[in-house]
Structure formats: structure tokens, C-alpha cells
Design a protein around this ligand. Structure first.
Ligand SMILES: NCc1[nH]cc(CCC(=O)O)c1CC(=O)O
Length: 319
């Protein structure tokens, strides 16, 4: 670690939802333990948190959760920002570095349904809530005759819809439930063969000012996980090349495993019509050092097969 970092108090900015505070708190603890520095959590209020009535699209998309934290970084109010990586726009932000991507949680989506039911056990006409076009598209494509309704709010609000009997089930990211220790409510972890997660799902992004070069280097050395970094690089490069935002019906999952000639990456992706009538599922693999290229190449061939028509921004919410 650099001498410059040792005597600093590192201020870690966090949104104020339970999930945000939990994941920022865990990262803050790791920074304190591994860098041997003092760490302070600073709450930053974002418009996405305050305004629960407008749709995310009308607020400017998922960016509303990210930009307030980045503004606080640029202003120097905080030194580190922790985001859910899947909420980060794919375009880099001037002056901000993605210093570390820690080991990823299980990236799958899960069903939380009444009476312990799985997707296959929900009778036709069952009502499943999700606001994510990516999840809506893949649910419809399963052909189970489910009725899909919208959903917003924090995890507790979402789980409340099932508990109250308002809906038969909701779809959530497993990682969010894992971080707040609520895996007990999961009734099925959905196989990526049926539902590919959002690019970056289950991973965290640890950002700081690019100019804070010592901190960038120290965070990378202490917290970055190379296989996770490679996987999310491939997924996000695919998303960027498709020119799809985080609200597009696009799923992607890359996994790294030891191959014959070193570590290899295997990327699966889907672009789908929100009504589930068309689903384009493709995959590609290669050496882990080519992660970005593999994402770009797979996206290009999916565009050649007509992906663009499927992923026009539906103007709904992310996830
Ligand atoms: N869509 C919002 C969002 N952004 C990050 C997570 C938590 C899980 C993660 O880190 O991927 C969630 C909740 C969800 O999708 O259920």
C-alpha cells in the first residue's frame, strides 16, 4: 500500500437504502481491514431514492442512482463510491475510475413465490411482478401463461407484494437478497438457461477519483477480483456494442474457468422481444484476456441476426 493512503480517513459514499448501506458497509469494512486505514460511511441521497412515484425512465434511467454518488466523488465529499455494477451506465464517466470489482455473488435471478412454489409449479394465470423488460421478456418466452405486472421500490416493498397476497410471485436478483441476509424467502433460483441475468448482476463497482491515483492502486490491489473483472467486462462490452441501456431486454452472463491453454471465458447472451415472441440466445468463448473482444464480437453477430429490433429502449424500468 502507498504511504499516502495510510494516514487518510477514507470516506465511503453510500445510498441510504438497506441494500446500499449493507453492501457499502461490507466494502468499507474490507477497505479498513485490508488497507489498515480509518473508514467513514457517508450517506448520499439520490433522486431515485426520494422520488418513488415517477418511473425510473422519466427520471433518466438507472443513472439517477449512480450520478449523485459520482457527483459527491467529484466534489470531494466522499473518496469512494460503491454501486451495484449492473446499475452503472456502460459509458465511462470523466474523472472517475472503476478501481475494483470484488468477487461476484451468485448472479442468478430468483423467484419469491407464495407457498414455496417454483416457476413450473405456478398455475397458468398466476401473477408475477417485475418491472424489468429483460425479466418480462424471458418470463413470457417460457410460455407458462403467467400474467406479468410491474413492480418498483426497495426489496422490502417488493417482498411485501407476495406476503400480502397481492401477487403470486416476484423476481429479484439473488445477490441483493444474499447481501441483506434474506435468502430464506427464495423459492427458486432460476437457471440461466431460462433467464439470463442483467450484465454485471451480482457484482459491485468500487469507484474513486481517477486523480486519486494512490487510492485507485490500493483499492485495485486489495479488492479487485480478476475473473469477476473479466466476466463483467465481457458482459458490459456486449451491452455497449448492442447500444442497449440497462432498461433493454438484454441478459448476459460470463463465467471464467480453467481451460487447456489457461483461463477461458464463456459468455452467454439473450436479446428478446418484451412480449416473449422472439428470443435470440447466443454464446461465445475464448481466452480470458480477450474478454472485451468476445463481448464485442458476440454483440456484432447478434446485431447481424436482428437483435437491434428487439432491444429498442422500451421506456420502462431497469433491473
Ligand atoms: N434493479 C435494481 C438492483 N440493482 C442491484 C440490485 C441487487 C443485486 C445486484 O447487485 O445485482 C437490484 C435489485 C434487483 O434487481 O432485484
Amino acid at each position: 500500500m502507498t504511504a499516502e493512503t495510510v494516514n487518510r480517513v477514507i470516506r465511503v459514499g453510500t445510498r441510504r437504502s438497506l441494500l446500499a448501506k449493507t453492501q457499502s458497509g461490507q466494502v468499507a469494512d474490507q477497505i479498513a481491514a485490508r488497507l489498515g486505514v480509518q473508514v467513514e460511511l457517508v450517506e448520499v441521497v439520490t433522486e431515485g431514492d426520494v422520488n418513488q412515484t415517477s418511473t425510473l425512465a422519466s427520471l433518466g434511467g438507472t443513472g439517477v442512482f449512480v450520478s449523485a454518488l459520482r457527483d459527491a466523488l467529484i466534489r470531494g465529499d466522499v473518496d469512494v463510491a460503491v454501486h451495484s455494477l449492473k446499475d452503472l451506465p456502460t459509458t465511462p464517466f470523466d474523472g472517475i475510475a472503476l478501481a475494483a470489482v470484488p468477487p461476484r455473488e451468485d448472479p442468478r435471478d430468483v423467484l419469491v413465490a407464495r407457498d414455496g412454489l417454483t416457476l413450473g409449479e405456478l398455475p397458468p394465470g398466476s401473477v408475477v411482478a417485475t418491472g424489468s423488460p429483460r425479466r418480462v421478456a424471458q418470463l413470457h418466452a417460457l410460455g407458462l401463461g403467467l400474467t406479468i405486472v410491474g413492480l418498483r421500490g426497495n426489496i422490502d416493498t417488493r417482498l411485501g407484494r407476495v406476503a400480502s397476497g397481492d401477487v403470486d410471485g416476484v423476481i429479484l436478483a439473488r445477490a441483493g437478497l444474499a447481501r441483506i441476509d434474506r435468502l430464506d424467502v427464495v423459492t427458486e433460483s432460476i437457471d440461466p438457461l431460462q433467464m439470463l441475468p442483467a450484465p454485471g448482476q451480482g457484482a459491485l463497482a468500487i469507484e474513486c477519483r481517477s486523480a486519486d491515483a494512490d487510492l485507485v492502486a490500493d483499492l485495485a490491489a486489495a479488492l479487485d477480483d480478476a475473473p469477476t473483472r473479466a466476466a463483467v467486462t465481457a458482459e458490459r462490452e456486449l451491452l455497449r456494442t448492442l447500444e442497449a441501456g440497462c432498461a433493454a431486454p438484454v441478459g448476459a452472463l460470463a463465467e471464467v474457468a480453467e481451460g487447456e491453454h489457461g483461463p477461458e471465458i464463456w459468455l452467454r447472451a439473450v436479446a428478446a422481444a418484451v412480449d416473449g415472441t422472439v428470443e435470440l440466445r447466443r454464446s461465445a468463448s475464448g481466452p480470458v484476456t480477450d474478454a472485451a473482444e468476445i463481448g464485442r464480437t458476440l454483440a456484432t453477430s447478434m446485431l447481424d441476426e436482428g437483435a437491434a429490433a428487439l432491444i429498442e429502449e422500451p421506456g420502462k424500468q431497469q433491473a
